[in-house]
Design a protein around this ligand. Structure first.
Ligand code: FAD
Ligand code: NAP
Ligand code: SF4
Length: 672
């Protein structure tokens, strides 16, 4: 067997888990409204069918103050139980097990009723919390216990007490946010009474045969946080109080260190769980950036932990566990840790889904059913849109011929995967490569499809997924051979000098900047280098696990420019944009808004910045000024009377990303 540790059962006393995969808690937005619980049940049922050992729901508040946002998910009244029963019934019908996470938002709660141990505002929310009184603390503990009892009544196999990521419990145990001098603060022992009491009283209320997972913050990644000894003391306290499993929490939400984005190395924080392993006897779960069975097996085989937690990887592929068990991990639709459709959506108050799997959280609505009548489709363009459309059409039983003028599939993803920190994008192309073979798509690479040929071939319809072309710029000197497009740099490997100006500071401008300043190999492939660059003390010798960051000097001197006023990067994705901005800042990239381009000559790029002329002495310009749709083929086919469907960048180039391309391709193919 290829993954013996991953598929070793885990005996918890009253229940034995079939494998070591915990589906970690992740908010989807479906928890917040009673009417979405049928969808939530379908979402979890699909993952239970996929073989996950144990699942944890998104965070559910034990009371109104603990809501993450107004009217967020809450379980505090007997009439809330019925909706949760839908979830537990659906999961149990598939032979799965599920715990409900109890999450009190504390000062991260996004509403004016928020509470905290002390009246200290968080840097990431606009509301100053009210400090809980002594009675308030007691009432909150009772609310946790009540919530756990109701979860038991709803049929959950257990609960997870959310004690990390900077939420209420984490705020109690940390001097940074707890300045109380009563029985709940003042010393480390008093600060940790709050979670220990929650676990102790919950265990007394729910009896022995109910799982209590405690999510313990093992690396706060903020200043004035817990010391290692305090974390160990808390872990031991929680164990004695009756927890069944300890899960690892990494980093507060306000931390300046990225913890889950794609540029974080795989399994980067496992050494922290491993350090803790010697301290307690309970099963330990490790987490963050574990997305493939090889990594999970390696972690478990090393003895660092007893289980691995994955949330997003199971959003991306509900069949992850079954595929690993069948030793077909090359068929896994890997989570690329982009956050674009999951966490970004949640932070924008939208329902979560997945960039590589648009069915996630849409299980009841986006069904891939066999086609009523088999047709023959041509799909032109094997970028994300065309790949999703072609393989979904073929999966439904249609005959599909997929054309690309390039000699490899992937379209622009072939450039994305070359960006340091975006190595995971390779996985999507590996996945689609197998999907093409498995679904029987006829792949014709190196072929420029023409309207006349497609018409002659007599396809029932053509799906045009021809993508985009880079927008050109027009100012004196812009035709100089030293002016390159991002295709020249990322696709064609044209040489680039030591001093560069990038015109356009969208997603691609930022990516090109990272490509030009970063030394190979990428820090994402090396945990030691990555942690040094970000100032993460994986030995946890200081409080919070931080040390001074030591970024490597940049490979080139880069200026990143945009015409709009304001800071470049303000429109990058919500949960990842700050990482890109911080990376470029550390590499001394000059990011300038409000730029007018005048001309380019031997002296460099002549610009005007806020009415001030300036010459940027650079060897090359790289143009990343957005894109235009490649619609010519669609127009020619329409003129010839061939039925056409246009998707991806060929349809609309503005604000195009792979999320839209894959979603549109999948939805079209599910309909045809
Ligand atoms: P494309 O990927 O452009 O594919 C079109 C395909 O059609 C090409 O392979 C082309 O060769 C082929 N083609 C065109 N005409 C013909 C013809 N007549 N005959 C045969 N073949 C033809 N998106 C994200 O969501 N997240 C990211 O992090 C991200 N990072 C990126 C980083 C970089 C550096 C780049 C360049 C892009 C990035 N993107 C990212 C954007 C993402 O790659 C695009 O949105 C996506 O590829 C668009 O998909 P598409 O299928 O519409 O078009
Ligand atoms: P973009 O985000 O639209 O950015 C284009 C940039 O070029 C802007 O900074 C724009 O700013 C500038 N620009 C536009 N027209 C110009 C002109 N005529 N002359 C000079 N500058 C001009 O497009 P992109 O960077 O090409 O990215 C394409 C898509 O890929 C994006 O929609 C993005 O979602 C996706 N992508 C996503 C990621 C990610 O991490 N999620 C990464 C890469 C790409 P000014 O108009 O202010 O100058
Ligand atoms: Fe993973 Fe991106 Fe899908 Fe989120 S959207 S689950 S990060 S692939």
């Amino acid at each position: 067997m290829r993954y013996p540790h991953l598929f070793a059962p885990l005996d918890l006393g009253h229940v034995t888990l079939p494998n070591r995969v915990l589906m970690g808690s992740m908010h989807t937005g479906l928890e917040d409204r009673a009417r979405d619980f049928d969808k939530l049940a379908a979402y979890f049922a699909e993952r239970a069918r996929g073989g996950v050992g144990l699942m944890v729901t998104g965070g559910i508040a034990p009371n109104i103050e603990g809501w993450l946002k107004p009217l967020g998910g809450r379980l505090s009244m007997p009439w809330h139980v019925a909706r949760h029963r839908k979830v537990t019934k659906a999961v149990h019908a598939e032979g799965g097990r599920i715990c409900m996470q109890i999450l009190h938002g504390g000062r991260y709660a996004y509403h004016p009723l928020s509470v905290a141990p002390s009246r200290i505002k968080s840097p990431i929310t606009p509301f100053t919390p009210r400090a809980l009184s002594n009675r308030g603390v007691e009432r909150t503990i009772k609310d946790f216990v009540n919530c756990a009892r109701l979860a038991q009544e709803a049929g959950y196999d257990g609960i997870e007490v959310m004690g990390s990521e900077g939420y209420l419990i984490n705020e109690f145990v940390t001097a940074r946010t707890n300045t109380r001098s009563d029985a709940w603060g003042g010393s480390a022992e008093k600060r940790m009474r709050f979670p220990i009491e929650i676990v102790r009283r919950t265990r007394a209320a729910v009896g022995r045969d109910f799982i209590i997972i405690y999510r313990l913050s093992m690396l706060d990644l903020v200043d004035n946080a817990q010391s290692w000894d305090e974390i160990v003391q808390l872990g031991k306290g929680v164990e004695q109080a009756g927890a069944s499993i300890i899960n690892t929490g990494i980093g507060w939400h306000e931390a300046r260190v990225p913890t889950i984005v794609t540029s974080v190395p795989r399994a980067a924080f496992v050494s922290i769980t491993a350090k803790f392993k010697a301290e307690v006897g309970l099963p330990l779960v490790t987490t963050n950036r574990i997305n493939m069975p090889e990594t999970a097996e390696q972690v478990l085989a090393s003895g660092a932990a007893d289980m691995v937690s994955m949330a997003r990887p199971l959003l991306a592929d509900p069949e992850w566990v079954n595929k690993a068990r069948a030793e077909r991990s090359d068929r896994i639709n890997t989570c690329i840790a982009c956050n674009q459709a999951c966490l970004d959506h949640v932070f924008e108050n939208r329902m979560a889904t997945c960039l590589v799997n648009p069915r996630a959280c849409n299980e009841t609505e986006l069904r891939i059913k066999p086609a009523a009548q088999r047709k023959h489709y041509a799909v032109v363009g094997a970028g994300p849109a065309g790949l999703a459309a072609a393989t979904t059409l073929a999966e439904r039983g249609h005959a599909v011929t997929l054309f690309d003028v390039a000699n490899e599939i992937g379209g622009q993803f072939n450039m994305a995967k070359r960006i340091p920190g975006k190595e995971e994008f390779h996985e999507t192309l590996r996945y689609f490569g197998h999907r093409i073979a498995d679904t029987g798509v006829e792949l014709r690479l190196g072929v420029m499809a023409s309207a006349e040929q497609l018409q002659r071939d007599g396809f029932d319809a053509v799906v045009v997924a021809t993508g985009v072309s880079p927008r050109r710029v027009n100012f004196p000197g812009s035709n100089d051979p030293r002016v390159l497009s991002y295709l020249d740099v990322l696709r064609d490997n044209k040489p680039v000098g030591a001093r560069v100006a990038i015109i356009g500071a969208g997603g691609i401008g930022f990516d090109v900047a990272e490509f030009l300043v970063e030394h190979a190999p990428s820090p994402t492939t090396d945990v030691v280098r990555w942690s040094a660059e970000w100032g993460v003390d994986l030995g946890h010798s200081e409080r919070g696990g931080l040390k001074p960051a030591k970024p490597q000097p940049p490979l080139r001197q880069v200026h990143l420019l945009q015409r709009s006023a304001g800071k470049p990067g303000a429109r990058l994705n919500k949960t990842t944009g700050w990482v890109h901005r911080a990376t470029l800042k550390a590499k001394k990239v000059e990011m300038i808004g409000g730029v007018s381009y005048r001309h380019f000559d031997d002296a460099g790029l002549h610009v005007q910045i806020n009415d001030q002329p300036r010459v940027l002495e650079v060897d090359n310009l790289v143009i990343c000024a957005g894109q235009e749709p490649n619609r010519a083929l669609a127009d020619q086919l329409t003129a010839l009377g061939v039925p056409v469907h246009v998707i991806g960048g060929a349809d609309v180039a503005a604000e195009l990303d792979a999320k839209r391309a894959i979603d549109q391709g999948t939805r079209l193919a599910a309909r045809l």
